[in-house]
Design a protein around this ligand. Structure first.
Ligand code: SER
Length: 589
């Protein structure tokens, strides 16, 4: 079964069971300040899991683009990926355990062809927060999964969420299928850790909301959230060791082989890094991320530069990133039209970053010469310290191997252990930084964030009025304290323009206009003059929020009820976000 057949089979199956297909949300979460990237299919659905009505209904299905950076340093082994696709089906307060498990069972046995004897499952063992899930186990047994193939595990294994520190979560039941090899012993199963049993699907019974105080409150509606990794299941279905060996990467590796002269780049760590990072980078740029020094832009820069460094190790000469991106665009453009539509931007950004990095490397070579020059020629023990080798790595992107090679030419050695030590220390620091970002939990839909979200709509409309109709949202990020809005516009705003925009927004707030929401088709919304980034993300029906005569915008919500609830609006900062994109930070009250 190909990945495409898998995607189609999944979508068709759930559609035939009353699910509406929704489009993949972008890789950069909208209105979620605490996560840099969309990490699971449920992530963009959080408002709907906690009670907001979804315009497409209560049963949803999709293929969601996801990016997880936690294992970025692991990429290069045969298994880890940063970017991946996740199949998911959801019940928003509709069906619960019985139907979810039955649907999963049917898809696995009828569509993917697994004999029920080849499926093992795990269920939540129970703890002080939530009872043992004998109900889920009972449902599996009623479908013919023998009790011996069901095991109970604790929170670490059989609980999912919240994606951040707070938000919807719950016990889950996970499905495993065996690799074609002998059991490790009589107890071989999902819990034994020998690797024979591969987790391919997860049904989460999202019935709790974890609060900031760490309490688990029952949600008003019990939901189902499921996730099945396209890459992993495709590899499994084809009897392959990993996604790298499937058609998902075949074209990319063929191009890498052609460019490098290495006949088998899949077998090489560098080859896998180039393939994985170039695929992820292409998708990130398609979703509006540009290489930069902070947040998503920094992650993208790291991916591109690591790919370039590894490409050199592999023997690729000259500019190459756009050549690989072209393969990604050609192979994924039909499944993800935004990738095809952004082809020009993808090439431009990659080309620019590659040039920039080449310059940096050149500076690094000069810095290297300076470092060497500082060591007196008569010293016998010619060593470049670990600290300096790490400095070259961190600032100029010099892989240790490159520094070692250049050092050797000059009769120097490199303190490799010292380098590893400095590298590890840095990793710990950046990991701590990343964890900080995730600490706040998912965007809470408190009144404050709802008010700031409404203010964002007013700001968007006012910017279009003052600067022109070319202004469109390029990104939005809301915390309980402030809003941050990125929009397309070439020039720095003048103080007069900023004052004018503030005045228009404050005028709309003063008028205390009702904020109303209606569901309509994308076409009708556009015809009524609604603006918004969301395209047809939500399928046929979309929500349109109207704020009196001030704003009409397609959006998932939630919002304040009246503009008067917003309080005085103040722009704190207007700055460049990236080329052609400006960024405004603003507060209320
Ligand atoms: N959110 C769950 C996961 O990522 C199920 O989709 O596994």
């Amino acid at each position: 079964m190909t990945a495409n057949e898998l995607r189609q089979a999944y979508i068709e199956f759930f559609k035939s069971h009353g699910h509406a297909r929704i489009q993949s949300a972008p890789l950069v979460p909208e209105n979620d300040p605490t996560c840099l990237f969309t990490t699971a299919g449920m992530h963009p659905l959080v408002p709907f899991l906690i009670g907001e009505k979804h315009p497409a209904g209560k049963r949803l299905v999709n293929v969601q683009k996801c990016l997880r950076t936690g294992d970025i340093d692991e990429v290069g082994d045969p298994f880890h990926l940063t970017f991946f696709e996740m199949l998911g089906n959801w019940s928003l307060g509709d069906y619960f355990k019985k139907e979810a498990i039955t649907l999963s069972f049917q898809f696995l046995t009828e569509r993917l062809g697994f004999a029920k004897e080849r499926i093992k499952v795990t269920c939540f063992a129970g703890d002080a927060d939530c009872p043992r899930d004998t109900e889920a186990a009972g449902i599996w047994m009623s479908l013919g999964i023998p009790e011996a193939n069901i095991c109970y595990l604790g929170k670490k294994d059989n609980w999912w969420g919240p994606a951040g520190q707070t938000g919807p979560c719950g016990p889950d039941t996970e499905m495993f299928v065996p690799l074609d090899r002998a059991d490790c012993g009589s107890e071989c199963g999902p819990a034994c850790g020998c690797g024979k049993w591969v987790e391919i699907w997860n049904d989460v019974f999202m019935q709790y909301n974890k609060t900031a105080e760490g309490k688990y409150e029952l949600l008003a509606q019990p939901n189902v959230d499921t996730g099945m990794g396209v890459e992993r299941v495709t590899a499994f279905m084809q009897g392959k060791r990993s996604a790298y060996e499937t058609e998902l990467f075949a074209g990319i590796f063929a191009k890498i082989a052609e460019l490098s002269g290495n006949a088998d780049p899949i077998a090489s760590r560098s080859g896998r890094i180039v393939a994985e990072h170039m695929r992820a980078s292409t998708f990130l740029i398609a979703d509006g991320v540009k290489p930069g020094n902070v947040d998503q832009g920094y992650v993208l820069r790291r991916l591109i530069r690591r790919a370039i460094r590894e490409a050199r190790q592999l023997g690729i000469q000259g500019m190459f990133t756009t050549k690989i991106a072209d393969v990604v665009i050609a192979e994924y453009g039909t499944v993800y039209p935004e990738v095809a539509a952004s082809a020009a931007v993808i090439r431009e950004e990659l080309g620019r970053e590659e040039e920039k990095f080449a310059e940096t490397l050149e500076h690094g070579i000069k810095e290297f010469a300076r470092l060497i020059g500082r060591i007196p020629p008569h010293i016998a023990n010619k060593v470049i310290s670990g600290k300096n080798a790490f400095f070259l790595y961190e600032t100029y992107g010099f892989p240790l191997e490159l520094t070692t090679e250049m050092a050797k030419e000059q009769g120097f050695k490199v303190d490799e252990a010292g380098f590893q030590e400095a590298y590890k220390k840095h990793q710990e620091l950046s990991r701590a930084g990343a964890e900080q970002k995730f600490k706040g939990g998912l965007a809470d839909s408190s009144e404050k964030t709802a008010a700031l979200h409404s203010a964002t709509h007013l700001l968007h409309a006012a910017l279009r009025q003052v600067l022109g109709g070319h202004v469109a949202q390029a990104g939005s990020n809301i915390t309980a304290e402030r809003l941050r809005f990125d929009f397309s516009h070439g020039d720095k705003m003048t103080p007069e323009q900023i004052a004018q925009v503030e005045a228009i927004v404050n005028e709309a707030i003063k008028k205390d206009m009702p904020i109303t929401c209606e569901e309509t088709t994308v076409e009708a919304a556009k015809a009524a003059g609604a603006i918004g980034l969301f395209g047809e993300k939500y399928g046929e029906l979309v929500k349109v929020y109207t704020m009196g005569d001030a704003s009409k915008e397609i959006c998932g919500g939630p919002h304040a009820e009246r503009t008067g609830q917003l309080g005085p609006f103040k722009i704190q900062k207007e700055e460049s976000s990236s080329r052609g994109v400006r960024r405004i930070k603003a507060v209320l009250g």
